[in-house]
Design a binder for this molecule. Structure first.
Ligand code: ADP
Ligand code: MG
Length: 605
């Protein structure tokens, strides 16, 4: 008996599975499928990206629904349009021998009337993004009052994206006694809350560290100065001529910027992020799948769940704000039995995050050196040699050969080889001959105190801040991540906070002429910078560790409430932010000047 048959799957699914070439069920499939087939139960399933979760819920759902009925029986909610389409395709594939099956995708950015019409034709399964789904329920274009199965796929990401309200609203239109299956890569508090709220004694399944992909993924980091990030990225690309890669940035702006730089420098790259139209995103994804694009620069949201096989490298151009997100990123490679590399380009100040990640993924990183210019020349020459070796001869050339031979007659084979390779080598050589070493020595890293700056700011408790609200305020205003403003210590009429040294110039320029409710707010570098900037930056804020004040802080933040906090950020933020943007744009220009060493064209591969 085939291993999928042993899980209880029926003939029409087994046939499709054989067509797809799946041989053994993955762990999550092995655990979830028999339970979901046998019982009508709720389930919480924790498994990393690339572990085959779609089939883990897809097979049982396909087997359990009645294809002879046109009633909608299954609903799958997923965070993004890309993922929604991917699941729909996957289900259609799995169900290709289920006669009469109709799976419909519902997502924003496409015609709502078309989708409504598809649903009306009788969709047993709907795969939807929460926003559009809620909209269509509101307009009575779909009816989920009779569903028996509901899947919350990538639940952590849906909640991250703020879909809690939408999900609650959607589920309130579904029957109480349906089965709910929640799939998630991580289990933050929000996910357990949703599990408690919507599920009755769910069966829990954890596939610990057994990501089908993860085993095949090795993790590397490159320690460089923050200003050398882009140069390092280019070297990594040049040192891997057949790279097929997703490059992650933290913001849409950085994503766009890095892609533009790569394109200007002659790489086949493109950006994918939420500011693109649906059409643009589809086109980018299509070219990436067809390998017309070698490097896809993406935000986490846009790349979430995208299942493109054979990605050789995932590059963390910047680490994510939420360290847990790293798992999702690295899960883009090493899929379906292939090996892959997940790379982090890391600056000194962030290096400690590497050990945090190691704890989460339970694997060690290898520190690698950014390749030198000459190493890259060597790699490129070998690549060319192999490419020539493997190129099939195009016999249409034959007729021109006599003339070509005439031109090259005087050269020996050795000379010809040298000449052919010089075409390539000289280009790289000229570009890289004066290239500097981009690696940061480990000794630099030891002196952590140099990397952190402590600031004095003339607002404090009197201005209704506590350390949490001040931290939020600063991080929003400065456009920094949640760990980038730390050691926030609020006094009565002034406060202190730290950032990494790399942000110092930006912080000071933002506060150069800054007003909050008509009052001038100034920031200076604190005198005791050196002493305080050292170790132990974690812990969220200076005040928290001091037991005596804890209750006080808590009360304050309770009293203020979250909307107040939001308002607080806006207050100073909106006006000044545009000023800040102008400044930071200037910084961008200077960083693109670094790139001025470029100008070479990349070989057309
Ligand atoms: P997840 O949702 O956990 O990230 P997917 O369901 O997208 O993972 O599956 C990842 C890839 O693995 C897909 O290309 C899928 O077709 C493939 N896959 C799933 N199950 C198996 C299996 N049992 N054997 C081989 N490949 C599989
Ligand atoms: Mg999935």
């Amino acid at each position: 008996m085939n291993k999928f048959e042993a899980l209880g799957l029926e003939e029409n699914l087994l046939k499709a599975i054989a067509d797809m070439g799946f041989e053994t069920p993955s762990d999550v499939q092995e655990k979830a499928i028999p339970i979901l087939l046998e019982r009508d139960t709720d389930m919480v399933s924790l498994a990393q990206t690339g572990t085959g979760k779609t089939a883990a819920f897809g097979f049982p759902m396909l087997q359990k629904i009645n294809v002879d009925s046109r009633t909608t029986q299954g609903l799958i909610l997923s965070p993004t349009r890309e993922l929604c389409l991917q699941i729909t395709n996957e289900l259609k594939n799995y169900g290709k021998y289920c006669k009469g099956l109709n799976v419909v995708a519902i997502y924003g950015g496409a015609s709502i009337t078309d989708q409504a019409r598809d649903v009306k034709r009788g969709a047993q399964i709907i795969v939807a993004t929460p926003g559009r789904m809620k909209d269509m329920i509101g307009r009575r274009l779909v009816d989920i009052s009779k569903i028996e199965y509901c899947v919350l796929d990538e639940a952590d990401e849906m909640l991250n994206m703020g879909f809690y309200e939408d999900i609650t609203e959607i589920l309130s239109h579904s029957p109480e006694d349906k089965s709910t299956w929640l799939f998630s890569a991580t289990m933050p508090r929000e996910v357990s809350t949703i599990a408690k709220k919507f599920m009755h004694t769910p069966v829990e399944i954890t596939v610990g560290g057994k990501n089908m992909g993860a085993e095949n993924v090795s993790h590397e980091y490159y320690l460089v100065n923050a200003r050398d990030r882009y140069q390092s990225l280019k070297r990594l690309a040049d040192a891997n001529p057949s790279i097929f890669s997703v490059i992650f940035c933290r913001t849409k702006r950085d994503t766009q910027k890095v892609a533009e730089l790569l394109i200007e420098d002659g790489y086949s790259a493109a950006a994918i992020h939420g500011d693109l139209s649906q059409n643009q995103r589809d086109m980018v994804m299509k070219s990436f799948r067809n390998r017309q694009i070698q490097m896809l620069v993406a935000t986490d949201v846009a790349a979430r769940g995208i299942d493109v096989d054979d990605i050789t490298h995932v590059i963390n151009y910047q680490l994510p704000d939420e360290i847990e997100t790293y798992t999702h990123r690295s899960g883009r490679t090493g899929r379906a039995g292939k090996t892959g590399v997940s790379i982090v380009i890391v600056s000194k100040s962030e290096r400690r995050k590497i050990s945090t990640i190691e704890k989460i993924i339970q694997k060690k990183f290898v520190q690698k050196d950014v390749p030198s210019g000459m190493e890259i020349c060597e790699v490129q020459l070998f690549h060319l040699a192999n490419k020539i070796k493997n190129t099939e001869i195009n016999h249409d050339i034959d007729t021109y050969l006599p003339n070509i031979n005439d031109v090259l007659e005087e050269f020996s084979k050795e000379e010809l080889i040298k000449k052919v390779f010089s075409v390539e080598f000289t280009r790289f050589y000229n570009y890289y001959k004066k290239a500097k070493d981009l690696n940061v020595s480990n000794d630099d890293y030891k002196d952590e105190s140099k990397d952190s700056v402590r600031y004095f700011i003339n607002i404090g408790e009197r201005d209704d801040f506590d350390w949490m609200t001040l931290k939020d305020f600063l991080k929003d205003l400065l456009n920094l991540g949640k760990d980038d403003v730390y050691k926030v210590d609020v006094k009565d009429s002034f406060s202190f906070f730290n950032t990494d040294t790399e942000h110092q110039e930006m912080v000071l320029s933002v506060f150069n002429d800054f007003q909050l409710e008509g009052r001038r707010v100034s920031v200076e570098i604190s005198k005791d910078s050196g002493r305080r900037g050292g170790s132990g930056r974690r812990g969220g804020g200076g005040g928290r560790d001091r037991g005596g004040r804890r209750g006080d802080f808590k009360k304050r933040s309770d009293r203020r409430g979250s909307s107040d906090r939001g308002g607080n950020s806006d207050r100073g933020g909106s006006k000044e932010k545009s000023g800040f943007k102008g400044r930071s744009r200037r910084r961008d220009n200077s960083s693109s000047d670094n790139r001025g060493t470029g100008g070479r064209r990349r070989r057309r591969d």
